[in-house]
Design a protein around this ligand. Structure first.
Ligand SMILES: Cc1cc2nc3c(=O)[nH]c(=O)nc-3n(C[C@H](O)[C@H](O)[C@H](O)COP(=O)(O)OP(=O)(O)OC[C@H]3O[C@@H](n4cnc5c(N)ncnc54)[C@H](O)[C@@H]3O)c2cc1C
Length: 359
């Protein structure tokens, strides 16, 4: 199909049979990942989604395809190909340069209706959640959000696992056959496979038809969030303090370390009870369950209720003056000592690293 024919096809979405857009008895031909980018950079969650989707595509003997939206995507193309994507539909239009729910949905819905993938994966980011819900509603498709694992059962049905009640329970869901299923994948749940830079993907450039779109939303600007205010479930680096910090004044050491690392601040129950940090930033069994790349626990003993919320973090760094503190049983790196003597010089060194040379 040449490009103008495809653009026409995109402009006139076909009605899906039975409300969903599955292929019924036909074998599925594609599993999709909708790639999320910001300022030309591919979100790592999209690569994780591609890794998980690749296993699903292989089990279904389907092609793994990704959809890229926007104008600045060359590095994303290489990244997706290196992580196993066979084909990339690149919807190029300046209107898709930044995330806009209605414009993205308007560009994607006709493409999905035309190609009828059997499953669509998105990273479980705020934009991914928003877009997935919008697409599911528009396509009358099923959506399972916050998945930690997706696999194909022996009978060919998709099985999804997701944590519920802050990670204290797991839920397994099975999707019925013949209908489109959208899945959002939790960050860090799957991890990245080793990329193969020699892999290439078939690249299909498309121009979506977006003129005349009656949008009710206008994006006025984008703001980088203060990393310390980022929801803990999304933070890549978390610096958590406990009772061992000692006082509200000394709590500034925790905030300074988080600032130097570009991380979010969290606390133990004791830190919350002392009034040093808000209740919604408490990590643990009754707090938030987190799984960042780096979790620094300073002055936290490592009670089981705290460990329940953070022990899945990729790298745990514990600072405690008691070498027998249980936090060291889960730490990848342990520093025994007084945090009042360790944190200030550490922050100073980190700031030195961040300073441009000669400044
Ligand atoms: C039902 C239930 C649910 C709970 N849910 C949670 C939860 O979700 N999250 C949670 O965090 N807790 C929870 N708790 C509380 C939990 O049991 C612990 O009491 C709490 O986690 C302890 O907090 P902490 O480690 O800050 O304090 P502590 O246990 O008092 O530990 C302080 C640590 O700081 C060290 N320290 C002291 N001074 C220094 C210093 N100068 N330098 C370095 N180290 C120092 C000490 O050696 C000690 O290990 C729950 C409890 C119950 C019963």
């Amino acid at each position: 199909m040449n490009e103008s024919a495809l653009v026409r096809a995109l402009a006139t979405p076909a009605q899906s049979p039975g409300g969903g857009i599955g292929r019924g008895a036909e074998p599925p031909s594609e599993v999709w990942v909708i790639a999320e980018t910001a300022r030309g950079e591919l979100h790592e969650g999209s690569l994780e989604a591609a890794c998980e989707a690749r296993g699903v595509a292989q089990a279904l003997r389907a092609r793994l395809a990704a959809v890229l939206l926007g104008v600045n995507g060359s590095t994303s193309v290489a990244g997706l190909a290196a992580h196993g994507v066979d084909r990339i539909y690149w919807l190029e239009d300046p209107a898709l340069a930044g995330y806009h729910p209605e414009v993205f949905a308007a560009a994607l819905v006709p493409l999905i209706v035309t190609h009828r993938p059997s499953a669509i994966f998105l990273a479980d980011t705020p934009n991914g959640q928003d877009l997935a819900a919008r697409l599911a509603a528009r396509l009358k498709a099923r959506l399972v959000s916050r998945c930690s694992r997706v696999q194909v059962k022996s009978d060919g049905l998709l099985e999804m696992e997701r944590p519920v009640y802050g990670g204290r329970f797991g839920q397994t869901l099975v999707a019925p056959s013949g209908t489109l299923i959208l899945v959002t994948l939790l960050r860090g749940a799957i991890g990245l496979d080793r990329p193969d830079p020699s892999r290439q993907a078939e690249l299909i450039h498309l121009t979506p038809v977006l003129e005349g779109l009656a949008s009710h939303l206008r994006v006025l600007g984008e703001h980088r969030m203060d990393p310390q205010a980022i929801p803990l479930s999304e933070a890549e680096v978390i610096v958590a303090g406990g009772k061992g910090v000692g006082s509200r004044e000394r709590w500034q050491m925790i905030e300074a370390l988080a600032g130097a690392l570009g991380g979010a601040v969290a606390g133990s129950r004791m830190a919350v009870d002392a009034g040093w940090i808000a209740r919604e930033r408490m990590v643990g069994q009754t707090g938030v369950a987190v799984k960042p790349r780096v979790y620094v626990a300073a002055g936290i003993s490592g009670a089981s209720q705290h460990l329940a919320g953070m022990k899945e973090s990729k790298t745990i760094i514990a600072i405690n003056q008691d070498r027998r503190a249980p936090i060291f049983t889960v730490a990848n790196l342990g520093v025994v000592g007084d945090l009042g003597r360790i944190l200030p010089p550490l922050v100073e060194r980190l700031r030195e690293f961040a300073r441009p040379e000669g400044a």
